[in-house]
Design a protein around this ligand. Sequence first.
Ligand SMILES: Nc1ncnc2c1ncn2[C@@H]1O[C@H](COP(=O)(O)OP(=O)(O)OP(=O)(O)O)[C@@H](O)[C@H]1O
Length: 679
Amino acid sequence: MAHTPSPEQADILHSRASVVHIDAVAGAGKTTTMAMIARDACARGLGPAAIACLAFSAGARKRFAQKLAEEGAPAGLVVSTVGDHALRHLNKLMSTGMLDLPPRITGREMRERLVQAAEQVWQRYERAGIATDFDFGIEHSTDRIDHLLQVLRQLKAALKTHQFTEDDFRSVDLHEISEEHDLPVQLIEICAEYERLREPSPGEFAWQAEDDFVPDLVRLLALYPAALDHLWHAALYLVDEWHDVNAAEFKLIALLKRRGRLVVVGDRDQVIDEARGAELRFSAETFLAAYPEAVRFPLRRSRRFGPSVSRAVSRLTSRQVESFEGLHTVQHKLRYAPPVPGSCAAAVIAHARKVHEAEQGVQWSDIAIITRDDDQSIDIENALIDARIPYRCEDVVSYLLRPEILFMRALLHIVSGHYDTLEKDASTVQAMVSALAAFVSMPADRQQFEVDYMKTGRSPRKTPLEEAIESVQGTPSALRWFFDGIVATHRETDSQLTRNWKARFGACVAELTANSASLPTAAAVLQAVQRMVDLPAAVGRAVPRRSEADSAVRSIRSFTQFAEACGKMSIAQFLTELRGRQGKLSARTDAQRHRAQLVLTTVRAAKGQEWDHVILPYLERGEFPRTANLAEEKRFLYVAMTRARASLALAEPDDGHRELWSSLLHGVAARTGAGEPAP
Ligand SMILES: Nc1ncnc2c1ncn2[C@@H]1O[C@H](COP(=O)(O)OP(=O)(O)OP(=O)(O)O)[C@@H](O)[C@H]1O
């Protein structure tokens, strides 16, 4: 049903400025306003085909389309992601003969080409006699290739990859790019090599993947400006969630706009999506520099939460946030004692239960627990399971299935020799074998794998990893064979570093197996592994990005604490306990899909959504904020707090642990925006 515009929305609807920048607060009706503009433009005679409704993610596109329907906009209006919009233009250039559309490659082909690029960079180092500790053998680790793909994506989003294919490429300072992105220079070199293979001569692409559509179109339009004349130009561009725009998208929209009207709406305090290259500057100074004629409008008042949250987030962001009359959000403070294991989770679960029982109409699905990062879910998940509260992990993986935990679980199976709990559990085996391979190293290169290990029974349709997974699925005790005979076995082609890791893990498992009688509990084994192997370094190898590696190490520590809390349980009993917990989780996901479940999610995944009751755990130093980047940490907290409608509960250390209070809520940082970083 269409809403009556508020006075602020009415001002925007009446504006005829050629460029409009709407700066809004959370829940202020951003998407609704864009839908109203589209609807009114059509009512004034503009055809739906002349309006480009754009968003940056599939989720945002869906919400925009929903709002168009709610506001009664004509059905002919289509919302696209900017990536799809670019692809449409690339197809157009192809139909006019200006471009040979390159073959689209699959994720697997992309990975193979990255491995090839790494190999070429390594050969360059060899030829030049440059010594390096960097392990170029990325084919040995699925996770390292994944990480490289992520780096490449960011470089493309920032249009940095265009520099790699310039004629004067040698002058590009790769070190500068590596410092800016906080990454080893060798990773940047591999990306540069990949791009040169992909674009052997300017504007000619040997292949294309989804992340290439926007940067490639920008590249073509820079090389051949006349191509713009062949493209379709909208009379009105409406761009939602503008705070998510990255450099490549910003540039493309600027190129396509021409004489069209441009209306963008965003909330600069919601910039937390750096993985896709979103940057704060595009919501402010860069936009105004590019469009000095832009008229700015505010949407200052939230329709989601009441004044108590408005006041709190105004302090946090140093920006005036207001709420519409009649809204009321109750704030609760939950206290816990950080040194007591499980204390925060217990307080959170007790509160969730109280909220659920307080009124009859409250469903579990009206309640969301939002953590800063996914590794913080372990205690909470365990407490939810113990309390028999149905829950689902939204856009995050349950701790029981995270690679670092599956890796530790695999070691427990191998050391104890108990495999019963893996019987008939094909999906856990699949994830566990993959995790073991990623952490210790195995070749992702199919041919090499087959030559070295898989002498029999191979099917040409399967990848090497799939072959191994199938073996362990059939006979779970083959996990030991997989570890000894494949994962930890030296091969000719291993780099020195890989050999060292294989030797370390091999020795660790051999020693633990030999001494298994003196290691009766899971906690004892997990502690011993951490004494024998430098776990942060091992994790860092599988997950090179520091923040993700830190999060994985924290996961392992929490998992060890959970094992300690299980007391004298034998390893077999502990593994059975885990299977039981996992069983409850999957039973809930399958059988109760349509029934009410509490939502457990992270700030990133919660963006753009809202719940009646929101609980934020672990608001303490080192947990939230998690990094020294307080400005970004504040934006994370802002997004988290503004998801609440009726109640918001903040869980923080009790008065006895004031030294652990979060600087985001207390002290200098909370008052001024400055402050001490997390320890
Ligand atoms: N003029 C209006 N009258 C009444 N309700 C409105 C009006 N405009 C928007 N709303 C409602 O306010 C709520 C928030 O709107 P919307 O989802 O568009 O906000 P947003 O700013 O995009 O949120 P986010 O914080 O997720 O970015 C929705 O329930 C919407 O239906």
